[in-house]
Design a protein around this ligand. Structure first.
Ligand code: SF4
Ligand code: SF4
Length: 94
């Protein structure tokens, strides 16, 4: 394996470690107020984004309000309804 491939693998594993902190509660996608139009909740109460691969940017809530999806590290310093459930906040990572 080349140095570049090793580095890419290391980056991927770090990204996976960080993403695994998400508890899929849906709070940052508005589940406790006015959810994003792309938010889907499973019967087990886990959130999924229907457009995850292209999520960043302008969207609408189910009531038609504008919202702008940003990486969680840009939200971590702010508050939102239900953020006490957020795995990133619990583990103080962003
Ligand atoms: S687009 Fe963003 S805000 Fe909307 S459900 Fe997906 S991750 Fe959540
Ligand atoms: S609030 Fe935190 S734990 Fe819940 S879905 Fe958003 S990033 Fe994941």
């Amino acid at each position: 394996m080349s140095e570049s491939e090793s580095y890419q693998n290391w980056l991927s594993s770090k990204e996976h470690d960080k993403e695994s902190l998400c508890l899929n509660c849906g709070a940052c996608c508005g589940v406790f107020e006015d959810p994003c139009e792309h938010l889907m909740m499973t019967p087990e109460g886990k959130s999924h984004c229907r457009v995850y691969a292209t999520r960043f940017g302008p969207h609408r809530s189910v009531s038609g309000e504008s919202l702008y999806c940003v990486p969680i590290r840009q939200k971590i310093g702010h508050s939102w309804p239900g953020d006490e459930r957020c795995g990133y906040k619990k583990f103080k990572l962003g």
